[in-house]
Design a protein around this ligand. Sequence first.
Ligand SMILES: [Zn+2]
Length: 341
Amino acid sequence: MTLIIDCHGHYTTAPEAHSLWREEQKAAFKDGRDPPPYPDISDDEIRRTIEENQLRLVRERGADLTIFSPRASAMAHHVGDQTVSAEWARHCNNLIYRVTQLFPDSFVGVCMLPQSPEADLAASVAELERCVTQLGFVGCNLNPDPGGGHFKLPPLTDRYWYPIYEKMVELDVPAMIHVSGSCNPGLHATGAFYIAADTIAFMQLIEGDLFADFPTLRFIIPHGGGAVPYHWGRYRGLADMLKKPDLAGHVMNNVYFDTCVYHQPGIDLLADVIETKNILFGSEMVGAVRGIDPQTGHYFDDTKRYVDALAITAEQRHAIYEGNARRVFPRLDTLLKEKGL
Ligand SMILES: [Zn+2]
């Protein structure tokens, strides 16, 4: 039996009161006031937003478990300052925790970090520790560009990032490299910024030597790895030109791509170019593209259909759906084993 683990889900349908509080928080920051108290949100309200959306689709499409994190586009690390970001992250992560408590068989938590463009990573380290050790989360989303589309921070291989990597290694949790909303009018969030950031992150990892310092650090580059698999020859060639080792040893013991690619030829290419051990099933639903593909009659983001249609062995499919996720998220593996799975 294969457990179907979707490594990439966001709470895009969070209760309205949660999102309204965020608007009040932003307005308060602008006016130099303290934000109002965070609202009471009932279990029933959370249940309703999940059952009518994510859980319904998960059941219809046949996945078992979703690794679930706060809505990525709403992380908006560029808004406010460190205090604003810390409070917002705490509420978002607590809401994810409540979902995992209400639906323990269907959702496992991954946290957002309270990054802020001008701040160091101390608050992010503290929130990661809280979420993993107190809330049972199994990973985090790390934003390589918390400025929202201007890429002003140093590359992911810079020592600026080392405190969060040290904590990730200590806790044995991976990070999904995931930007948030764009405040750059030239960058559409999900169509340009997300895919560009995925690609940029991968190239930064080629140029540096991060995994020599952190041999057990693990990153998931979502959205199928951005443009990377399609341009695999370019990146292998650049590694060669830059006198870096072969990508297999230089980055691909530590980097994984998900299957959030919304058409069959894209998934075929991913599976053809990238080794099975580096591919994790993901759909990012309910998310970036919500419509039905008129060419197939199915939802664009029903990525399980594409993975099911791949010409691969049963063993490879098992790795993509379950085995790789259990390796990349050891704390998830432990949780599943505790349940006898
Ligand atoms: Zn996402």
